[in-house]
Write a protein that binds this ligand. Structure first.
Ligand code: ASP
Length: 343
């Protein structure tokens, strides 16, 4: 690698960006990563060295699982010291989950890790892939006084750079596929690339980069709806090895005040199951105790997910359970922002 230029690692995990249409079936499926690069000769014009690596089995991201998160994190770990920045190509469907997971797994990160993908394959005439990819590489190459400007896991899509663990996929067909309702964009790309410095994550200095690979999947996610039955809730809570449940409640963290429901939560907590309250609303925060309907939750020890996204709530839970945090400090740990994922 030439010494004067920055070195960027492009990591391909699958997704529409690298898919082609199978002419027999008409379905989109993943294809060889090498062909992907042939489609973008523009990359040679960038002022950096780009090396590429792919996961063992690139997938449609709807098949994503913690096993792949560990594979991606391990690839970053292996190449961490040789590269100035990392761009991860990923399907948009579960990109917010993976990118949020990586934000927790990569501790004391002091280099940019930018997730991107596209709504149309890179070979498509009207593709959104080229702009997403080229600007992501530029963001991953940004430095000031020899130091990287971005030192966190981000998601870049359709002219906006977001803190990854604040994002959510909100549109299945629009090029503007992602939103970050509770946190402003970190950068916006127009004629100039405008960085919103005040919103960037400031890592602790002097701490060594470390990769947390233990994730515990013994969790459940319940979205409440008027009329949800006791049987459904009971069956979820009787799942063997269950350690924690995220409940998507209404508005500012409100739920039914029916005694069967509250008693069930109370008994689960007394058995050591952690319960996290997050809101079904796209924007805003859980404030337990604001309404009478959430006051009991507060009293029985339900954990507040505050303004966290569902995606970040799920992976933060897997991550913290994987850390084997003592039961009596789990609530405090969950309610504290670790990577800027909540207020
Ligand atoms: N199904 C695709 C995936 O998530 C969609 C995309 O890449 O946009 O892998």
């Amino acid at each position: 690698m030439a010494s004067s230029k920055l070195n960027i690692l492009l990591l391909y995990t699958g997704g529409t960006i690298g898919m082609v249409k199978d002419f027999k079936t008409g379905y989109l499926k993943t294809f060889n990563f090498k062909n992907l690069l042939d489609q973008i000769p523009e990359l040679q014009q960038l002022d950096c060295n780009i090396e590429t690596v792919a996961t063992e089995n690139p997938i449609d991201s709807s098949d994503m699982s913690p096993k792949y998160w560990v594979e991606i994190a391990t690839l970053i770990e292996i190449h961490y010291h040789r590269f100035d920045g990392f761009v991860i190509l990923h399907g948009s469907d579960t990109m917010s989950y993976t990118a949020s997971a990586l934000s927790f797994m990569l501790e004391n990160l002091n280099k940019p890790v930018i997730f991107t993908g596209s709504q149309l394959p890179i070979g498509d005439l009207r593709t959104d892939a080229k702009e997403n990819l080229i600007t992501s590489i530029q963001v991953a190459s940004l430095k000031q006084n020899g130091k990287p400007i971005v030192t966190e896991v981000c998601l870049y899509f359709e002219y906006k750079l977001y803190r990854a663990n604040r994002t959510t996929k909100l549109n299945a067909e629009n090029f503007q596929a992602f939103a970050s309702f509770n946190y402003p964009p970190l950068a916006e790309s127009g004629v100039h690339l405008k960085i919103n410095n005040e919103h960037l994550f400031k890592p602790k200095s002097g701490e060594n980069f470390k990769v947390n690979k233990r994730l515990d999947k013994n969790i459940a996610l319940i979205k409440l709806f008027p009329g949800i039955t006791q049987n459904v809730i009971n069956s979820i809570f009787s799942t063997p090895h269950l350690k924690a449940v995220i409940i998507e409640t209404y508005g500012a963290g409100n739920c039914s005040t029916k005694s069967w429901f509250l008693n069930l939560l109370k008994s689960a907590i007394s058995q050591g199951i952690h319960i996290i309250n997050i809101t079904q609303c796209s924007a805003g925060s859980v404030i337990m105790g604001h309404y009478e309907t959430s006051n009991t939750l507060k009293k029985i020890g339900v954990i507040s997910g505050k303004d966290i996204t569902t995606e970040a709530a799920v992976v933060k839970l897997m991550h913290l359970l994987g850390q084997h945090i003592p039961a009596n400090t789990f609530k405090t740990n969950y309610e504290a922002a670790i990577r800027g994922e909540m207020q």
